[in-house]
Design a protein around this ligand. Sequence first.
Ligand code: ACO
Length: 355
Amino acid sequence: MAVGLDDVVAAETVLSHVDGQAGRLVLRGFELEELAGRRSYEDVLALLWDGFVAIDGLPAALGQARAAAFAILEPRLGALDGLSAIEAVRAGLALLPDAATVPHHLLATAMTAVTAAAAARRAAGEAAVAPDPVLGHAADFLRMLHGRAAPAAHVRALDTYLVTIADHGLNASTFAARVVASTRAGLLSAVVAGVCALKGPLHGGAPGPVLDMLDEIGPPENVEPWLAAALDRGDRLMGFGHRVYRVRDPRADVLKRVVMELRGEANRIRFAEQVEATAIRLLAQRKQGRGLDTNVEFYTALLLEALALPRTLFTPIFAVGRVGGWAAHVLEQEESRRIIRPQSAYVGPEPRQAA
Ligand code: ACO
């Protein structure tokens, strides 16, 4: 019995393939490296959604959907106060009515970005900024967040990040979204389920703790003793390990390149590389044969830090990109007529007489 559903195939998909032995990610027939840094997030949404919904004029339609999402959110912004940024994204998506006339895949994608930016601004005591429907999704997200146009290098870096994490096979949050979709509850409910699954520290909640770890380690001479002590305690090292990859996560290398292009201070990168190499060596010693290596979250953390984004926004920004993949999987799942309904193995007591 596979308690964590290891190796269980629960869906057929045309969307993405994670080759865990070779360290490859294929999105609709394209290697990740063909897309990241070369195609915009909107291009990749069109690639993922093609055949399920109309994709003509997608950038403009997504811009208009951001405006529609903001119109729904603005009167209710007070409801986000006191929530963490990822709780705010969950709440923002939950506000969307099933009766909304804007196509739900666009509306959900738009609302995730609009709410993440608005929640961060309100947490900093600043007013939410309305979207500019003419801009690209990454550029407008940074503008809504900072209240001014972002440098082109930052827009490019965020766009590459959104492409890199847009879809990734049947990961936990995508599976959660597909389960909800299989009950015919609708795309908006399914993406709320995706956010709920993403927010856990074993999935999309890891990058903030990656930076916490780098901070706690302190000077370079502490790297090995700190990591060894953490492993001795049975802690998990954030940003390492993966259910499917037995080699390095290809997304880590794509993001590392972006970080290196973006960052001025080589010291931070050198330190991160030292932590990375030591962690991989210690994990190999202690978990022999398991193939634990760097996952996407390690360099996600360094990239989002280089963009001067607050740690509380790291998981919401993951959702800003991944929502496009959830929507694609929901659209694909909705073509299937079968509810996802696995079995459990009963290990409780045999039937007995009630007292
Ligand atoms: N640090 C220390 N030990 C680890 C780590 C880690 N990062 N990852 C796995 N292990 C250990 C497990 O505890 C297990 O030990 P055991 O055999 O003594 O029980 C052994 O290695 C094998 O674990 P796996 O079967 O490879 O792990 P699993 O597939 O269950 O979990 C997961 C995968 C959740 C990603 C895990 O590696 C982890 O917790 N990593 C840290 C959190 C993280 O970075 N999450 C982001 C993942 S990427 C993403 O979701 C976008």
